[in-house]
Design a protein around this ligand. Structure first.
Ligand code: ZN
Ligand code: ZN
Length: 193
């Protein structure tokens, strides 16, 4: 059963590292396979005030959303041989891959929901610094790595776990998000690259 928390932590660290080093660093080169995130998704989102209408498309096509879905399927297949030894761990990773797609898609189809439920990802797209806020489903590794930056005046999570409701005793023991994150200005829409 320890596989479940370990799986959640691994998936969150993977979200952070993959987004930063692969989707942004490697994807900055327009000819790279990973360019779909930085050159397609980011541009569309900036243009449409956080909405990405391409999520309406069939999810396994050769567009940004299809490449995102195929990448998640490939990672899920790559860990499958471990299933007989670590079923809870691998099962959790599969859940996290599916949940990543679901949450990312929903946030860009329903910006009000995204803003309220994953404000760290809203800040990633709409803030002045796109080299921050690498987590998507939960902000954990942004706090661990010191890369959580809040847009001043926007909604933000009330606890560092990014959970809507947590017991009072736990909330008191956790550091305040403001203590670990930094403030960030909102980028004006005119400065869309
Ligand atoms: Zn990004
Ligand atoms: Zn996004």
């Amino acid at each position: 059963m320890i596989g479940i928390p370990l799986g959640l932590l691994t998936a969150n660290a993977f979200e952070w590292a993959m987004h930063k080093h692969v989707l942004h660093d490697m994807g900055r080169d327009k000819n790279n396979f990973w360019a779909f995130h930085f050159h397609e998704h980011h541009k569309v989102v900036r243009k449409n005030d956080y909405l990405d209408p391409n999520y309406e498309k069939f999810p396994l096509g050769l567009h940004a959303q299809g490449k995102e879905a195929w990448s998640l399927l490939a990672v899920s297949a790559a860990v499958a041989p471990l299933f007989p030894v670590a079923p809870f761990y691998v099962g959790t990773l599969w859940y996290c891959a599916a949940n990543y797609y679901r949450v990312h898609k929903r946030s860009h189809q329903d910006p009000a929901w995204g803003r309220a439920n994953i404000p760290w990802h809203y800040d990633h797209h709409m803030g002045r610094n796109a080299d921050a806020n690498w987590c998507v489903t939960k902000p954990w590794f942004d706090y661990v790595m010191g890369t959580r930056e809040f847009i001043v005046g926007e909604a933000r999570e009330s606890n560092v776990l990014g959970l809507k409701s947590i017991p009072e005793w736990l909330a008191k023991r956790l550091p305040k998000p403001e203590r670990l994150g930094k403030d960030l200005a909102k980028r004006s829409l005119k400065s869309v690259a």
